[in-house]
Design a protein around this ligand. Structure first.
Ligand code: COA
Length: 182
């Protein structure tokens, strides 16, 4: 079955995306496309996340999701909604340690967001997800990532600053509006 082609890039490829990265402690991690069968793994990742991490990701204390919200997070089309997960092996089983996604909100522009489970934060997973989402977005011909970040979210801002992309931050007291040129 041929993939839908957008500027020479096959969506079938994005939906089969897989790359191996090393975490800072040397452990291997797979960065791969989110799959419909990841529902249980995603819910488990949310359960293992702290209140602060969930607040920073969802701008509110969100631990339970409706069926509709779960369907939204899982039904990615890899064109207007691209989602990657970072999978680590723990006790011989694959475990979702984090994820990143972008959603196109106007032609050429996509909002990007990440969540890494607390015990795996600071290991370079956020930066790796950013790198791979950037590669996919560039191949798809997108021009800009946008993000809403809470002002005290130093690690997210650091991931953006170190992405190598041209960065503009509009600072408001409650939220920073970030724009990154792809
Ligand atoms: C933001 C987040 C995605 C970053 O992912 P991560 O895997 O922890 O990030 P990385 O390990 O790639 O590290 C990014 C940088 O932030 C730094 N960092 C991590 N925690 C930090 C902190 N509390 N203060 C300052 N810097 C910090 C890291 O040292 C690293 O910088 P370095 O490369 O100079 O060492 C992750 O922390 C997270 O999921 N947070 C909760 C949810 C969230 O905030 N989502 C963002 C919504 S837009």
């Amino acid at each position: 079955m041929p993939g839908f082609s957008l500027k020479g890039y096959s969506v079938l490829e994005a939906s089969n995306y897989s790359a191996i990265e090393a975490m800072r402690d040397g452990r291997k991690i797979e960065i791969r496309a989110l799959k419909p069968e990841d529902q249980a793994g995603l819910i488990a990742a949310v359960r293992r996340s702290s209140a602060q991490s969930l607040y920073r990701r969802f701008f509110g204390l969100k631990r339970n999701f409706s069926d509709q919200e779960i369907a939204y997070f899982l039904n990615v089309d890899f064109v207007n909604h691209v989602a990657l997960v970072a999978v680590i092996e723990a006790d011989g089983k694959p475990v979702i340690a984090g994820g990143g996604r972008y959603v196109v909100h106007e032609p050429g522009k996509a909002e990007i967001a990440f969540a890494v489970v607390d015990e795996y934060q600071g290991q370079g997973i956020g930066r790796a997800l950013m790198r791979h989402l950037t590669a996919i977005a560039r191949e798809a011909g997108l021009q800009e990532f946008t993000a809403e970040v809470l002002p005290d979210n130093t690690s997210m801002l650091k991931v953006f600053e170190k992405s190598g992309l041209r960065l503009h931050i509009q600072r408001e007291p409650q939220v920073f509006h970030v724009a990154l040129q792809l």
